[in-house]
Design a protein around this ligand. Structure first.
Ligand SMILES: C[S@@+](CC[C@H](N)C(=O)[O-])C[C@H]1O[C@@H](n2cnc3c(N)ncnc32)[C@H](O)[C@@H]1O
Length: 826
């Protein structure tokens, strides 16, 4: 019998509930009830044998239906709980023992009916797996022929299979009437059929071939079994609707454990065998005894060996692992053999090259590989950091924030012990020129090629291991912050963009410069300002952006430069000029200007200076050449104060609290020029500095209030569209008035008209001209009865004035009607 889950689908059908209600042990009881209803054999029977009777529901039905005092004997592989008026015992119906027991119960009597409802339980217990269904039927029929009286009935279950016809043929030889039927209580999905054989012919002599499976069932070649699939995918086992394998009479296969250990194909054994036995054969097996005694042979292993058919993947793996261990112990594995050979050779005194086990070797290699990768990763990180530092230095140098000697360019030797970026090394490799040209790729290449040296140089001995740790921790912290905070992400992106832009701009400039001076390949530090005999440090200092804006007038053209963006007002007595100051000092404009200048690097400073000794900072651009003029086309200044700081400044300038010179003075502060080398400072420190180390700009309440008022007034203004519409209206009214004036003048001059008519016409014209257009009549609002408005009575929500609720189909229907009419016309 195939295993059926108690709570499987379809299991708890009406027959199940009915059986429970009636007190039958199985729903199968109704199959017999229905068969008997159709053929009526139970009522006539006095002696009945029920083969494969457990749990005993057929016996129950028989006991209920058969006449009082009838003999009912039930036999099964499984134990059957006692049933009133029934004799039951546990036995295999295919054995002689069972036949003998039956004989002992039946004694001299002959049976009226033999029932057989057996089905081998494949994969549950070896004993139940012994015979295929068809063979079991044949066995049961063998018993039936022995115990049935002439005219007796044999009821058996058969599965639809290729053996079915052969079985029927045999039945027909022995019985007068053979009928196959499927009672309603038998599930449709089940392949079972019940064959009711009536009128046993009771031949005096029965050809044994009739009951020999070999002769009855045709031999069918079996396909090669896939043992691995059986072992590792037991759950994928297909249910055998067509009965069970043939030709294998002893389906229960048992092999000694020692065979499993010895075999070269353990999976085949696990897939085909039912049990691995620890039982000693009659002549004894030493290997088996040893395996049995091994500590590796645990209780779990023994249990697994008991019944292989019920094992899962995990258990099979356990068994295979155990086999490997035992083979190692017995010296049967390749590993053990190698070790043995080595030992043997060593004993023989020969020189033995020790060959390590392959697995160990691999493990070692893997470990080494891992270590190497770790090391490489660390090195790569170090290199990246170095390159970043170099990049920063170069940018700073390009921006003239660092004097060459700060980074050791002016020195011939290395820049010192603790220098992060050793240009001396780069110089040796002809890298300085390229570096100063802004060719970062080259510098990177260079640094790559020198990576090994650098790594060595920058070892932990340099004492900055902790710094690096701190840096990496800070990097991690920033990453975490960026992940959690979109603002931080945006800031980072901005920073990176700025970095990129800055670099490109500088590269361009650098490349332009290098183009200009392309003849000299080796032009070290071409961009370093060397003008007017200034020391490179001084030139660098005055080359900063901040000096580009500053137009220090020459004594000659001092008076001509009054139109420059920031005008120096030297004469406080000149009131008119002082009053004009806020207009002339365009804070926003100059801010924009300086920003622009930052973006567009100023052209190289003029070297045609007259005096070589004078400190001659770069001239600022003349107003005419400025891309943005603070004066608009209308001649007004484009002043747009949008920050409190700007407003404060403007107010203080307007009220005379501050002069433009003060502004210039204020712009020189500790944050203006970062002359010192910051390359050694950690990133987290620099970040913090950029965030907080800024000049503090004073703001006043009055400025804030003025800005607020300004914005309020701005907000109170109608929007452009409305203003335009209002203007158009005014224009139209003016045009109408003009027309009226012209007409009235003509009217007055008309002599043909009486004064009364003139007055009338004039009044009409005036009333027409001043007549306001009637306000549009509020129409009826159409509300479609859809969504929340469906089926409502009363005013729909949010609808004011007149309304009409319309059906959503109204429009479509109206259209359809139109269409129909059109068709009809045609
Ligand atoms: C479907 S059940 C029988 C149900 C039973 N007719 C009833 O009314 O409860 C099939 C039974 O056949 C039994 N069986 C299978 N092979 C057997 C064998 N070789 N000898 C005895 N019983 C066997 C199984 O133990 C199982 O209990």
């Amino acid at each position: 019998m195939a295993i059926q889950k108690k709570h499987g689908k379809g299991r708890l059908d009406k027959w199940y509930h009915l059986a429970k209600e009636k007190g039958y042990r199985a729903r199968a009881a109704f199959k017999l009830v229905q068969l008997n209803k159709k053929y009526g054999f139970l009522e006539k029977s006095r002696v009945l044998i029920d083969l494969c009777a457990a749990p005993g529901s057929w016996c129950q039905v028989a006991a209920e239906t058969m006449p009082q005092g009838s003999l009912i004997i039930g036999v099964d592989l499984s134990p059957i709980k006692a049933i009133p008026r029934c004799i039951t015992f546990q036995s295999d119906i295919t054995t002689d023992k069972c036949r003998a027991t039956l004989r002992s119960h039946v004694k001299h009597l002959k049976c009226d009916t033999v029932l057989h409802d057996g089905a081998p339980n494949v994969g549950i217990s070896w004993a139940q797996d012994a015979f295929s269904q068809a063979e079991l039927v044949l066995q049961s029929m063998k018993l039936a022929t022995e115990f049935l009286k002439e005219g007796g009935t044999f009821v058996t279950k058969v599965f639809r299979s290729k053996d079915y016809n052969a079985l029927l043929w045999v039945f027909k030889q022995l019985f007068v009437s053979v009928e196959a039927t499927k009672p309603p209580s038998s599930r449709n999905v089940s392949a079972e059929i019940f064959v009711v054989c009536r009128g046993y012919k009771a031949p005096k002599r029965l050809d044994p071939k009739f009951l020999d499976a070999k002769h009855v069932f045709a031999e069918v070649q079996e396909a090669t079994p896939n043992n691995e699939a059986k072992v590792f995918n037991p759950e994928k086992k297909k249910r055998k609707r067509e009965g069970y394998e043939e030709g294998d009479y002893t389906q229960h296969k048992e092999v000694p454990v020692s065979e499993f250990i010895h075999t070269t194909d353990p999976i085949a054994i696990l897939g085909t065998v039912n049990r691995l036995s620890f039982e000693q054969p009659p002549n004894g097996d030493l290997a088996l005894a040893t395996i049995d005694r091994l500590p590796e042979t645990t209780e779990e292993i023994r249990k697994c060996c008991q019944d292989l058919k019920v094992l899962g993947k995990k258990e099979f793996r356990t068994l295979l692992r155990w086999r490997m261990k035992v083979r190692d112990i017995f010296g049967m594995s390749a590993k053990a053999k190698k070790a043995q050979d080595a030992q043997k050779e060593a004993e023989e005194g020969e020189e033995v090259a020790e060959v390590e086990d392959m697995d160990e070797d691999l493990k070692m290699q893997e470990q080494l590989q891992r270590l190497k990768e770790l090391n490489d990763k660390h090195k790569r990180k170090e290199r990246r950091k170095e390159n970043e530092q170099k990049q920063k230095e170069i940018i700073r140098m390009q921006m003239h924030m660092t004097a060459p000697f700060d980074i050791g360019v002016e020195q011939n030797g290395p820049a010192g012990e603790g220098a992060m970026f050793n240009l001396g090394t780069a110089d040796r490799a002809e890298g300085t020129a390229r570096v100063t040209k802004g060719r970062m790729e080259d510098a990177l290449e260079e640094s790559e090629s020198e990576s090994e040296n650098e790594v060595e140089l920058d070892s932990d001995e340099d004492g900055d291991y902790l710094d690096r740790e701190l840096d990496s921790m800070y990097e991690n912290y920033q990453q975490r912050r960026e992940e959690a905070n979109a603002k931080a992400r945006a800031k980072r992106a901005r920073k990176e963009k700025e970095k990129d832009n800055g670099w490109e701009g500088l590269s361009d400039r650098g490349s332009q410069a290098s183009d200009a001076e392309s003849d000299t390949e080796e032009a070290p530090l071409q961009k370093l300002p060397q003008k007017n005999g200034l020391s490179s440090k001084a030139a660098m200092f005055f080359d900063q952006d901040i000096f580009q804006d500053l137009d220090l007038p020459d004594e000659d053209d001092e008076n001509q430069d009054r139109d420059s963006a920031i005008e120096l007002e030297d004469s406080p007595d000149d009131n008119s000029q002082t009053k004009q100051a806020p207009k002339k000092v365009t804070i926003e404009a100059s801010a924009k200007e300086s920003k622009k200048q930052k973006k567009q690097p100023s052209p190289p400073p003029d070297t045609d200076s007259e005096s070589e000794d004078d400190i001659q900072p770069a001239k600022s651009q003349q107003p005419s050449s400025r891309p943005e003029d603070p004066l608009t086309q209308s001649g007004h200044l484009d002043i747009n104060l949008i920050t409190t700081e700007a407003m404060t400044l403007a107010q203080s300038l307007a009220s005379g609290q501050k002069r433009s010179e003060d502004l210039i003075d204020d712009s020189f502060n500790k944050n203006t020029y970062i002359g010192h080398d910051q390359s050694h400072l950690p990133e987290w420190f620099l970040d913090d500095e950029t965030a907080h180390s800024k000049p503090h700009v004073q703001t006043t309440k009055a400025a804030a209030q003025a800005l607020r008022d300004k914005l309020r007034a701005l907000n109170a203004r109608p929007i452009k569209k409305v203003r335009e519409a209002q203007g158009r209206k005014k224009m139209r009214a003016a045009a109408r008035l003009e027309k009226l004036k012209r007409k009235s003048a003509l009217l007055v001059e008309d002599e043909g008209m009486s004064e009364a008519d003139k007055a009338k016409t004039l009044a009409r014209m005036i009333s027409r001209a001043t007549k306001k257009s009637k306000p549009k009549k509020a129409g009826v609002k159409v509300v479609v009865a859809r969504g929340g408005n469906r089926g409502i009575s009363g005013r729909p929500k949010g609808v004011k004035g007149k309304y009409k609720i319309v059906d959503p189909r109204l429009k479509k229907d109206a259209r359809a009607e139109k269409r129909l009419k059109k068709k009809m016309k045609k």
